[in-house]
Structure formats: structure tokens, C-alpha cells
Design a protein around this ligand. Structure first.
Ligand SMILES: Nc1ncnc2c1ncn2[C@@H]1O[C@H](COP(=O)(O)OP(=O)(O)O)[C@@H](O)[C@H]1O
Ligand SMILES: [Mg+2]
Length: 275
């Protein structure tokens, strides 16, 4: 399919914080990404949409180091990052939130955030990965205490003061998604990748997740890449939209322009924004 450029003010490549060039990913002949070109400017909120199987999660996986591209390259803040491991990429300032929840249901809310905080502190202090597990639960009491204090503060600042000792598993799905988001923010990233942050939550909860993201972004000026199937929600939040189909970018531009594009509508037949 021919690519249409619907953008009016796409950032010049030179100013990009993140730059994907001809990124390809395939698995035994299944093409997940067929050569993606995509740039994100510093501070930008980029929305990524596309039907199921179009490559959205694969793109996030490549940028965050979970997939190694079979072709092309990814540059972050002027440095090639494709081929680096997820923890190395996290250390450079790219955090990602998974599409599915990865909380420890039997731990409390504060323990869940504390673990993430401790891992981040250990990394920034240069504690070896291998000793992180032991550190969190036995040794390095001081670092653990610091992680606890910071976790409590982060949760209190974000409306969870009354839930610190609640088991994560007993929160609503929407609340758990918010905790998942806070875990990614433990060590504030420069670029945050969100994969369907509202999947599985109610409309009201989605509003709340959206407000949380917008507020946090306003406070920090963080750059965001948000994959989302709830189009109205995303079009309110994102400044620019990239549309994927079959592992390729088929359109990009301002939300209101993309929303009215016939090719985008065709790719989306059967996809609704009402759940
Ligand atoms: N680890 C994997 N192994 C095999 N195929 C994969 C893998 N990850 C993704 N794919 C395939 O790549 C395509 C894109 O998947 P994905 O990136 O998950 O799409 P989306 O997130 O847009 O739904 C699909 O055909 C999917 O089956
Ligand atoms: Mg996906």
C-alpha cells in the first residue's frame, strides 16, 4: 500500500529523540514489521494505532530491546540502541509498560512499587543485576529502605495513600493498570512506551488512566509513545498519530486528519471505540 504523508509539522530527523529506520522483524517467515520509519521529537506524544496483528507490540518490543530487529536500526538520543538488552535500554531512559499486567498479586501495592524502585536504584548505583534479587529481600537494607520511602511518596503523590498495604490482586483492574504505570515511573524515564494502557478497563477507569498520563506528562515533559485501540481516548491525548497495517506505516499525521482518512477507516473496519 502506498504510504500517505498526512502530517503538517513532522519534526525534522535531526531533532528526533527516537529514530526508527527501516526496522524489520520477522519470525520464521512471519513478518511482524516490514520496514518501519518513525521519529519521535523530544516531548512529543505519539499515538500508534492499527488493527490486531499489525505490529504495534512488536514495534514497542524492538524499541525496548525485547526483540532484536532483523533489519534496520533504532537510534535514541543519538545512540544506536538496537541489539542492546532491555535493562541497558531502560538505563538509557526508555521505560515500557506491558499490554498485560505484570504485578505481583500477592504483594501489597507499596511492595510492588518498591521492587521496581529497588531495581531502578540498584541499576543507577551500579549494583550487578545478579545481586538484585538478593538485595531486595535480604541484603542492602539501606537501599531497600530508600526504595520503600520513594515508593510510598510516589504512591501518595498519585492518589494511592489509602491503598499502600492493600494486596495488588484485590484492586480493580483499572487501579492495577495505574500501579503498573507508576512502576515504570519509579526512575523517571525520558521516553515512556505504553502498550494499550486502557485495555480491559472500563470507560471511567480509562478516563482516569488518561488523566494520570496527561498530568504526569505535564509535570515531567516526558516523551510518550502510546499504542492504543481506544481511538477517541488516544486522539485526545496524542499530538500525532502513526497508523500501522501489516507491519508497515500506512499513514501519519494530526489526530483529526488521521481520523478522517479513508484508508485508515478501511483498515479499521470492524474495530470500534466503544468499549
Ligand atoms: N514472538 C513472536 N513469534 C512469532 N510471531 C510473532 C511474535 N511476535 C509477534 N508476532 C507476529 O507478528 C505480527 C504482529 O504482532 P504484534 O506486534 O503483536 O501486533 P499487534 O500488537 O499490533 O496486535 C502478528 O502476526 C504476530 O503473530
Ligand atoms: Mg499488541
Amino acid at each position: 500500500m502506498a504510504m500517505m504523508d498526512l502530517s503538517r509539522d513532522r519534526p525534522a530527523t535531526g531533532e528526533a529523540l527516537l529514530d526508527c529506520r527501516d526496522v524489520q522483524v520477522s519470525f520464521d517467515g512471519v513478518i511482524a514489521l516490514a520496514g518501519i520509519d518513525l521519529s519521535i521529537a523530544p516531548g512529543e506524544v505519539l499515538g500508534v494505532i492499527g488493527p490486531n496483528g499489525s505490529g504495534k507490540t512488536s514495534l514497542v518490543n524492538v524499541i525496548s530491546g525485547y526483540y532484536r530487529p532483523t533489519g534496520g536500526g533504532v537510534t535514541f538520543a543519538g545512540q544506536r540502541i538496537d541489539g542492546l538488552r532491555p535493562q541497558q535500554i531502560r538505563a538509557l531512559g526508555i521505560a515500557r509498560v506491558f499490554q498485560n499486567l505484570r504485578l505481583f498479586d500477592n504483594l501489597t501495592v507499596v511492595e510492588n512499587v518498591e521492587v521496581a524502585m529497588a531495581v531502578d536504584l540498584a541499576r543507577t548505583r551500579g549494583v550487578a543485576q545478579a545481586s538484585v534479587g538478593a538485595m531486595v529481600w535480604r541484603r542492602q537494607r539501606r537501599l531497600r529502605r530508600e526504595a520503600r520511602l520513594k515508593a510510598v511518596r510516589l504512591l501518595e503523590d498519585n492518589g494511592f495513600a489509602g491503598h499502600l498495604d492493600t494486596k495488588a490482586g484485590s484492586l480493580s483492574y483499572g487501579q492495577r493498570k495505574e500501579i503498573e504505570l507508576l512502576r515504570a515511573l519509579a526512575d523517571p524515564p525520558q521516553l515512556l512506551l505504553l502498550d494499550e494502557p486502557t485495555s480491559g478497563v472500563s470507560r471511567a477507569e480509562a478516563e482516569q488512566v488518561g488523566e494520570r498520563i496527561a498530568l504526569w506528562r505535564e509535570r515531567t515533559g516526558c516523551t510518550l509513545l502510546i499504542v492504543e485501540h481506544r481511538l477517541g481516548w488516544l486522539f485526545d491525548l496524542a499530538e500525532r498519530i502513526v497508523v500501522l497495517n501489516s507491519g508497515s506505516v500506512i499513514a501519519e499525521g494530526l489526530p483529526e486528519v488521521v481520523a478522517n482518512d479513508p484508508e485508515v477507516r478501511t483498515a479499521y473496519v470492524g474495530t470500534r471505540d466503544d468499549h
